[in-house]
Design a protein around this ligand. Structure first.
Ligand SMILES: Cc1cc2nc3c(=O)[nH]c(=O)nc-3n(C[C@H](O)[C@H](O)[C@H](O)COP(=O)(O)OP(=O)(O)OC[C@H]3O[C@@H](n4cnc5c(N)ncnc54)[C@H](O)[C@@H]3O)c2cc1C
Length: 592
């Protein structure tokens, strides 16, 4: 079945759950006219359903092929990419000075969900190009921007991000690719990279590689890394393509999922050195990477949301068609659709509620990142930057974790047919599996949350957020709406657990770091469960005041999340605080 973008849910989440409308009203978005959002998203949904979704299965079945030193994408891919760039979808949030549409990241976030849902392997190419754009825009010289930025923004030349080497995965500081200064001010790069997404393909004339490398006199570790732009084809003074640069794909990986997105081993400088141009300053490559890291991690979180929604839509349709057993209390011989069974309803609600919560967390992150650069007032910008930094690891890890859970439930609802490739449910599950791994594993996100984001300013960002979330719970309680059930008390408990776990971790993050680190992953889950519950409750409250929304639907969804997901917060709190010693004593079990 095809994919339909859930525009109403997206708009409610964006405007009310994530706070876009309030931020626009407060003037933080300048002259951006939010009334255009529905039309942009409807159009994105149409492109996704008509062009990208039909290629999803074809891409999975055909995969990519390495012919000589060129990667061939599946049938229809190059044409879809051409239509994508011509329609301007690559340029949604790009700078207007370089041909972009200058729309907020929040609008692009909703689009990213839509691309990922319709065809996650296709969407991965522009997702990485966006990171390249951010790095070049923020740190590149005017000369480099003039040549490359417009092409990257339009998508005519997509980008890659090349960090990983065999010995340098999570530990980026261990990378060995070398850069030598050339007399003309350029650099000669030599080395090898692995796992490079869209490292080569046939969808464009040129590819702009962004490569991390180390100068001969660089200090060790992350302080000695520099970022270089290495075009596949050099660019002549008149803008035409020149000689082939010395960077080539030397192999492609055979993967569990994402078959249509090439994952390449890259040989750099085998014929004397690839010509590279420095981005930013020497040895400040990690600084450049940090600029785009929030946005890239958020985008991967949105992949989790998109693939979860795709799996949900498919499971819902299947549950309405597949007939097995009879509804409780019903007589007769005719079987009912499985959606009548409470356990199937529970699985579908779990899928929908997890997806909706992750969606709003991701959109709220995008709004914070937007306000952190768009607001006029410096204090507003600083507060939004802190909020965006805090939410980013949660957006990435919670959303991709639930992407895996929801796609797994999607298979479960299909029964045996879910395990059979023809239904497509298995593809979503396979495709989703990489998302908790790349762009910083979810373990690394949890560590970032505890050691950097929570610990910043003695937990100030967390206390500020908790205040707002407690305000939402008070409004749920004040609504006296029986349809909310025990939403209020469940969320109150969840926030209490989050606050206590935060204080417990803060006390240990420097004095007993191993204890804090042992609890990092359950803490991130606790955070997502409490935050997501409050955000869905907030959306439900907003829906009650909107003429066009169906409030009951959103109240029931918020209640389900609070009573089935947020309710686990107290046990997650206990996991954070009580199991650290056991984790740190684990060697007795693991190494016995
Ligand atoms: C399909 C695919 C596409 C990719 N695309 C790109 C790309 O375009 N560009 C690019 O540069 N890279 C890319 N990667 C690489 C990806 O970013 C890395 O795989 C990822 O960062 C993890 O590194 P690793 O595989 O070396 O795992 P490792 O770093 O070896 O991690 C193994 C396990 O140990 C844990 N771990 C590691 N260090 C710590 C620590 N300090 N504390 C706690 N736990 C730790 C991890 O969380 C993980 O569970 C891609 C990978 C794949 C599979």
């Amino acid at each position: 079945m095809t994919y339909r973008a859930p525009i109403n849910d997206i708009l409610l989440a964006l405007n009310h759950g994530a706070g876009l409308l309030d931020a626009v009203k407060a003037g933080h978005y300048g002259d951006f006219d939010n009334d255009i959002a529905p039309a942009v998203l409807e159009e994105a949904g149409r492109f996704a359903s008509d062009v990208l979704a039909p290629l999803n299965r074809i891409g999975d079945e055909h995969g990519i092929k390495l012919e000589g030193s060129s990667v061939i994408t599946p049938p229809g891919w190059p044409d879809a990419y051409r239509r994508w760039t011509e329609a301007g979808w690559n340029a949604v949030s790009g700078s207007e000075a370089f041909g972009g549409q200058g729309l907020p990241l929040a609008i692009n976030a909703a689009c990213t969900e839509i691309w990922s849902a319709s065809n996650i392997a296709f969407g991965l190419c522009p997702l990485l190009t966006l990171s390249a754009i951010e790095a070049l825009d923020a740190h590149g010289s005017e000369e480099l921007k003039k040549i490359y930025l417009g092409k990257l923004i339009s998508g005519e030349w997509p980008g890659t991000m090349q960090l990983t080497e065999p010995q340098a995965g999570s530990d980026v500081g261990a990378l060995r690719t070398r850069a030598e200064r050339a007399p003309d001010g350029t650099y000669r790069i030599k080395g090898a990279k692995i796992f490079i997404t869209y490292g080569d393909h046939d969808m464009s004339d040129n590819i702009v590689h962004f490569v991390l490398a180390r100068l001969p006199d660089a200090p060790p570790g992350t302080k000695g890394i520099s970022l270089f732009l290495i075009p596949k084809f050099l660019v002549n003074a008149d803008g035409s393509l020149g000689a082939r640069n010395d960077i080539h794909v030397s192999g492609v990986e055979h993967k569990l999922g994402m078959h249509a997105a090439p994952t390449c081993t890259m040989s750099i400088g085998d014929k004397g050195g690839a010509i590279g141009y420095l981005i930013g300053e020497e040895n400040r490559g990690m600084h450049c990477m940090f600029t785009m890291m929030n946005q890239a991690r958020l985008a991967v979180g949105l992949e989790g949301v998109g693939i979860a929604d795709r799996a949900y839509q498919q499971a819902l349709a299947f549950a309405q068609e597949r007939r097995q057993g009879r509804a409780v209390g019903k007589s007769g011989s005719e079987a009912d659709p499985i959606i009548v069974h409470p356990d199937v309803k529970r699985m579908l609600m779990q899928m929908r509620a997890l997806t909706a919560a992750a969606r709003t967390i991701c959109y709220a992150t995008a709004v914070a990142l937007d306000v952190s650069v768009r607001a006029k007032d410096a204090n507003t910008r600083a507060a939004a930057a802190a909020r965006g930094a805090l939410l980013t690891p949660i957006a990435k890890a919670f959303s991709t974790d639930i992407g895996n859970e929801v796609t797994s439930l999607g298979i479960q609802i299909h029964g045996g047919m879910g395990f059979i490739e023809e239904t497509g449910a298995a593809q979503h599950y396979r495709d989703a599996r990489i998302t908790p791994i790349y762009e910083g594993t979810n373990g690394i996100q949890s560590i970032d949350l505890v050691t950097r984001k929570l610990a910043a300013n003695g937990g100030e960002s967390v206390w500020a957020l908790l205040d707002e979330l407690n305000g939402i719970v008070s409004r749920v309680e004040a609504s006296n709406d029986p349809a909310f059930g025990t939403t209020g008390p469940k969320l109150r408990d969840a926030l209490g657990s989050l606050e206590r776990a935060s204080r417990w971790l803060l006390e240990r993050v420097t004095s007993a770091p191993n204890e804090a680190l042992a609890g990092a992953t359950p803490y991130l889950r606790l955070f997502g469960s409490a935050l997501g519950g409050c955000m869905l409750a907030n959306e439900a409250l907003a829906a009650r005041n909107l003429a066009e929304a169906d409030p009951q639907r959103y109240v029931t969804l918020a209640r389900f999340f609070a009573e089935n997901v947020s309710v686990h917060a107290p046990s997650l709190e206990k996991t954070v605080t009580d199991s650290a010693e056991a984790v740190n004593g684990a060697d007795a079990v693991l190494l016995a």
